[in-house]
Every structure is written in structure tokens, then in C-alpha cells.
Design a protein around this ligand. Structure first.
Ligand code: ATP
Ligand code: MG
Length: 207
């Protein structure tokens, strides 16, 4: 960590199925705004909110996240949620990272859609003990003021970031329909999706 000060570390949790430029711009903007030493991307193990759909194997999501972040010296990827096994709860993510980085000040980065749901997360009240929360603007979502008012004021910041109306769901659907995902996700991720035939039409979808 830089110059003896307590490290300032961003934590960007996500399913990253696939990682796209919306994630990368959010992480980069928060890194610059808070002068973070590092942003750790943490792909989920089994995301409990997405139990209703098939999520790509964790190793594919992990490798796409590594490919997408490799060129940025401040970006790293953690396997903590993947290796823990079972459904991923952000409280466990933050506890594990706080234990591994006891000196660090943690900033948990979310989009406005995810932050709006925060009180449905397990152990929501305790989350703010471990990290400051940063809610990034996201096209199509407005932050619920009632939710914002319930978060301790010194533990949350809303940050306006350049609008990118990109979602992993849309990337998967575009790929399934044979439409390009070039420039929505990093080039290496486009190639990885093709190489491993991720998001191919399901057999039942085929005529
Ligand atoms: P899905 O459509 O599968 O839910 P997603 O695009 O929402 O995928 P996630 O992996 O669910 O991506 O999101 C991880 C985090 O990144 C969440 O906090 C989410 O709000 C945030 N995020 C995702 N896309 C954007 C975007 N375009 N702008 C700002 N934040 C984003
Ligand atoms: Mg999402």
C-alpha cells in the first residue's frame, strides 16, 4: 500500500456474467474520486439473487474478470466468494476482505439498482461497519430516497458516472440472438465468450 497510509481499497462485487464496460467505468470512476489504491473485483460464487436462472460456471466468470482487468495496475480480482462455496452474501465478502486487509479502509462499489436493494441483503445493518458504500448512477434506475435515508449518512455516497446503458443480461441476450457484443465488453471477453461458447442458444430454443 502506498506511502505508509492506511490503504483505501474499493470492492466491486458482481456476477460478471459477463463483465462489461459499465462495471469497468464504475470501478475506474470510484477509484479516481476516492483516490483508491486498489479496486478488488469479486466475482460471486452462487449469487442468491439469481437462483432462478443458470449462471455461468464461476471459473468462466472469474477468468473473464481477470482478462478485463489485467491491464489496469490498480485493478485486482479476488476468488474469496468463489472459494467459500455456497451462496454469496456481501457480508461474508466484506468480513473476509477486512480480515485479509486489516489496515484497509474499504469502499464497496455498487450500481444504483443494487444499492436500492441493500436492505434485502443478509445482515444489511452490519454491512456499514465494514465499508463505506458508493452508489454509482446507472441508466434506467433511480436511487430510492427512502433507502438512502436509512443508510448512515457518513457511510454512503452517490456518485454520478458517465452513463453506460450496458447490462450483462443484455450482452447474453445479444450474443444468443447472434448480435455483436463488441465494444460493450472488452475485446478479450468477446473472444473468451466465443472460444467457450458461452451464452449459446439453449437446445430447447432451437427450432
Ligand atoms: P445482470 O444483468 O446479469 O444482473 P449486471 O449488468 O447488472 O448483470 P452485475 O454483475 O449484476 O451486472 O452487477 C455488478 C455490479 O455492477 C452491481 O452493483 C451493478 O449495479 C453494477 N453495474 C452493472 N452495470 C452497471 C452500469 N452499466 N452502470 C453502473 N453500474 C453498473
Ligand atoms: Mg445485475
Amino acid at each position: 500500500m502506498a506511502g505508509g497510509r492506511r490503504g483505501r481499497v474499493g470492492v466491486m462485487g458482481g456476477t460478471f456474467d459477463p463483465i462489461h464496460h459499465g462495471h469497468l467505468v464504475a470501478a475506474s470512476e470510484v477509484q479516481a474520486f476516492f483516490d483508491l489504491d486498489e479496486v478488488i473485483f469479486v466475482p460471486t460464487g452462487a449469487p442468491w439473487q439469481k437462483a432462478h436462472r443458470d449462471v455461468s460456471p464461476a471459473e468462466h466468470r472469474y477468468l473473464m474478470t481477470v482478462i478485463a482487468t489485467a491491464a489496469n495496475p490498480r485493478f485486482t480480482v479476488s476468488r474469496v466468494d468463489i472459494d467459500r462455496g455456497g451462496p454469496t452474501y456481501t457480508l461474508d465478502t466484506l468480513r473476509d476482505l477486512a480480515a485479509a486487509l486489516p489496515e484497509a479502509e474499504l469502499f464497496f462499489i455498487t450500481g444504483a439498482d443494487a444499492l436500492a436493494e441493500i436492505f434485502t441483503w443478509r445482515g444489511a445493518e452490519a454491512l456499514f461497519e465494514y465499508a463505506q458504500f458508493v452508489g454509482c448512477t446507472r441508466p434506467g434506475y433511480t436511487m430510492d430516497d427512502d433507502v438512502l435515508a436509512k443508510i448512515p449518512g457518513d457511510r454512503v455516497t452517490m456518485l454520478e458516472i458517465p452513463a453506460l446503458a450496458i447490462s450483462s443480461t443484455d450482452c447474453r441476450e445479444r450474443h444468443r440472438r447472434g448480435e455483436p457484443v463488441w465494444y460493450l465488453v472488452p475485446d478479450g471477453v468477446v473472444q473468451y465468450i466465443g472460444k467457450h461458447d458461452l451464452y449459446a442458444p439453449k437446445t430447447t430454443d432451437r427450432a
